[in-house]
Design a protein around this ligand. Sequence first.
Ligand code: URA
Length: 205
Amino acid sequence: MRRTSRSIAALREQAQHCRACPLYRNATQVVFGEGRVTARIVLIGEQPGDREDLSGKPFVGPAGKLLDRALEQAGVEREATYVTNAVKHFKFELRGKRRIHKKPNDQEISACTHEWLEQELRLIEPALVVAMGATAARAVFGRTTAIGKNRGHVIKDAALVNEITADVIVTVHPSYLLRVRDEDRHAAFDQFVADLKLARKYAPA
Ligand code: URA
């Protein structure tokens, strides 16, 4: 096993005991990043959803299916990437028996980024980070970053949290595409695919 994969494995193991914020109390388990530890592209989402929380794997629910479809259309092999989230525990509120997704707050994002996402990026050293949605963008840049204004091009040598430098593409979160009005959905999906195509061209596997 390469050093990186051992280290990511060690990190994943340590994360199981994370108490850096209160989200561990209600979540089923930590959902750590997954994929190629030598990946050229790291894809970052917000936090695990209901299905991810139960399975322990990132992006396996409806948003994950949509991401898979977009990656395929863009010619990006998911297995060649590393897929992770800004926040590693599912945050939700109970409505009856249903667990409804709740956005992580700034403290939760920065605690989790500092504990885990930073280490993942340092170990993998990807050629490109793809921040999907506002939470991922907030995690990597350490501040609120508008998606609409910043998408569609590579932000080179971006100064990320804690002196990490990386080339970054920001784009929408796949869940956004599930919520968008019917008449706008095709165009929004195509634009997401275009961002992923740009990622493939910029950082081919
Ligand atoms: N949404 C995310 O941001 N991450 C997942 O893993 C699933 C849904």
